[in-house]
Ligand binder design. Structure first.
Ligand SMILES: Cc1ncc(COP(=O)(O)O)c(C=O)c1O
Length: 355
């Protein structure tokens, strides 16, 4: 089976972890600081603060932006659950806006009508590795005095008009094992704002600046040096990994003929966390089976949109998002990861052409 994802673990990752183990300093230390510096450089931001996961990065970014009880955050339901649970953890309410069928991302034309006096933030998700239409989103945010918190979990290194994912507002990344670069588990918050960075730093470490003096209610959402050692080795591979993902996606788009293939918006550099085709609803399950039977791994991201998850529905009620609901029944992600061989790509395209 050609897997849908395959984490790369090389000699540098192993040596990095071993060096941390041998140093005896296992918790947060120099490796985390080095990874934060490298990550800020990747995103072109002044600060990056490492966290224990993408979920905790989102949670802290929201808290640091002052989101809490009674506030509303506009976001997409066509995403991983953590985008929305992080809003709920703060006591705020997610307000869902439908997506653009071409990009799978928030449809900016629908955002303004979702703004209420309680709206505090817009939380766009750069799904599958493609940055949202940030200039349009920024316009609405500016008009209503809203902050922007980006879920860039899948989009490290992606750009829109040359500007990096994670640099448009407060950026949130995941370094989970299957992401474009990873640290097994981990996350990152990026920002140019000194006050936000300081708040995230305090919140992720028990609300303290000075050891054992706790200025606010905080968490233990720190990354360890063991995880950072893996992440640091991966950072050096990012350009190579991204180039391979891009070449793989270009090959698939050039060779897959009979189904809807993913589009890249003008001005965007996609980093292809997922390569996602669309198959008419009634044929999707059979198509997945056919691909799997032929040895092609697949992923459905995501079969149940967040507003249709049972516990979310109890909170937000019966929301109608026609494009989100349609696409949730149509998407199939195919392998696009950097470890695919030329033969793998040929086989994926050939099997997709039999659908
Ligand atoms: C869009 C999106 N948001 C948030 C997350 C949460 O990240 P993590 O799994 O590192 O907590 C992920 C990844 O799993 C994701 O894909």
């Amino acid at each position: 089976m050609i897997p849908i994802s395959k984490p790369f673990i090389g000699e540098e990752e192993k040596a990095g972890v071993l060096a941390v183990l041998e140093s005896g300093m296992l918790a947060q230390g120099k490796k985390v600081a080095a990874l934060e510096e490298a990550f800020a450089a990747i995103c072109g931001t002044k600060h990056a603060v490492a966290t224990s996961s993408g979920t905790t990065a989102l949670h802290l970014a929201l808290l640091a932006n002052g989101i809490g009880e009674g506030d509303e955050v506009i976001t997409t339901a066509f995403t991983f659950i953590a985008t929305v649970t992080s809003i709920l953890f703060t006591g705020a309410k997610p307000v869902f806006v439908d997506i653009d069928p071409e990009t799978f991302n928030l449809n900016p034309a629908l955002i303004e009508q979702a703004v209420t006096p309680r709206t505090k933030s817009i939380l766009p998700v750069h799904l599958y590795g493609q940055v949202c239409e940030m200039e349009a989103i920024q316009k609405v945010a500016d008009a209503h005095g809203l902050t922007i918190i980006e879920d860039a979990a899948q989009a490290v290194g992606a750009t829109r008009h040359g500007k990096k994912a994670g640099s448009f507002g407060t950026g949130c990344f995941s370094l989970y094992a299957t992401k474009n670069i990873m640290s097994a588990e981990g996350g990152m918050v990026t920002t140019d704002d000194d006050a936000i960075a300081e708040k995230v730093r305090m919140l992720h470490n028990q609300g303290m600046k000075r050891r054992y003096y706790h200025d606010m209610l905080g968490y233990n959402f720190r990354m360890t040096d063991l995880h950072a050692a893996i992440g640091l080795a991966q950072v050096n591979r990012l350009d190579d990994f991204t180039a391979k993902r891009r070449a793989n996606a270009e090959y698939l788009s050039a060779h897959i003929k009979n189904v809807i293939t993913p589009q890249v918006m003008p001005g965007n550099k996609h980093v292809w966390h997922q390569y996602t085709i669309r198959i008419p609803d009634k044929n999707r399950d059979a198509a997945v089976k056919q691909l799997n039977d032929a040895g092609i791994g697949t992923g459905i991201f995501y079969p149940v949109p967040v507003h249709r998850q049972q516990f979310v529905r109890q909170i937000v009620g019966d929301v109608s998002l026609p494009v989100t609901e349609k696409l949730a029944n149509e998407v199939i992600s195919l392998p696009v990861h950097p470890q695919l061989s030329a033969q793998d790509l040929e086989k994926i395209a050939a099997e997709a052409n039999k659908l």
